[in-house]
Design a protein. Structure first.
Length: 277
């Protein structure tokens, strides 16, 4: 990428056109399912929020994580959004058939933030509309690296090519982890969506975090071998609560050594290098 070397050590700003991504996934399941009749109903969760946040974290610490949507119909995403520290921007559509204007607001905020915060080196925009093309030129002209994310079927090809790098959402999503459903009282038809039963993610295992961190670094570098010194900071960006002591490890090296069935190591020019087996 054009600016990747200059962006090392700088922060990431992540902006979601959340309804755009959700609608694209709905229509991929069943063509035309996210139409006027279903748009203003309580939505079932389809977006893997964590997978996108992890992609953003692979480029550096996430300083801005902001999603734009008419949230009154997306209450069932509550737990995933909270766990990933997403800042929610509420947008009401001005009419029954009108767009909520998320793309316009997103573009304005992205440009304002780029001007205010020089520590932002990478901008990630989640959405597939061609409406994002003008802001891509502005972001790159400001010396920032632009990463786009969208679904394969719904992403405008010109928007995708205007980014420094574009990732298709489908390539980010892994099989869902084992979940435990918290027991909650049954709710009537008119109950608030925020009172509905929500999945509670299982705690992150060391092997899971190590695998995900190496995979993200390898994808970013274009090389299966990654420097050992880069892995621990990536793990902490994926899960700030993860503690070596909680898993009876005295050091990160001890953790890696205990997981030698998952990874292999070799000497590198300046640091030990590790890859997934």
């Amino acid at each position: 990428m054009n600016n990747q070397a200059a962006d090392e050590g700088r922060s990431v700003a992540l902006y979601w056109d959340f309804e755009n991504l959700h609608a694209s996934l709905c229509d991929e399941k069943e063509a035309g399912s996210y139409g006027r009749e279903n748009r203003f109903k309580l939505q079932e969760p389809l977006v893997d929020v964590q997978a996108v946040v992890e992609l953003a974290a692979s480029f550096g610490p996430v300083a801005i994580n902001r999603a734009y949507c008419n949230w009154q119909f997306f209450g069932r995403y509550r737990e995933a959004l909270l766990q990933n520290a997403v800042e929610l921007v509420q947008l009401f559509p001005p009419g029954g058939a009108a767009k909520n204007g998320a793309d316009i607001r997103l573009c304005l905020d992205a440009m304002e933030d780029a001007g205010r915060f020089p520590h932002i080196g990478t901008v990630v925009i989640v959405g597939g509309d061609s409406d994002f093309m003008p802001v891509s030129h502005k972001i790159k002209a400001a010396g920032r690296t632009l990463i786009g994310v969208g679904t394969r079927k719904s992403t405008n090809k010109h928007w995708a090519k205007s980014c420094d790098e574009f990732r298709y959402y489908e390539s980010l999503v892994e099989p869902a982890p084992v979940e435990v459903v918290a027991p909650t009282p049954s709710t009537g038809e008119g109950a608030s969506p925020l009172q509905a039963a929500e999945p509670v993610s299982a705690p992150h295992l060391p092997s899971d975090l190590l695998r995900r961190a190496i995979r993200l670094l390898a994808e970013k570098r274009g090389d299966a071998w990654v420097n050992k010194g880069e892995i621990w900071p990536m793990i902490k960006r994926l899960d700030a609560t993860f503690s070596l002591a909680d898993h009876n490890y005295t050091s990160f090296s001890a953790m890696v050594k205990s997981l030698d069935k998952l990874v292999e190591a070799r000497p590198g020019p300046n640091d030990q290098q590790i890859r997934l087996r």
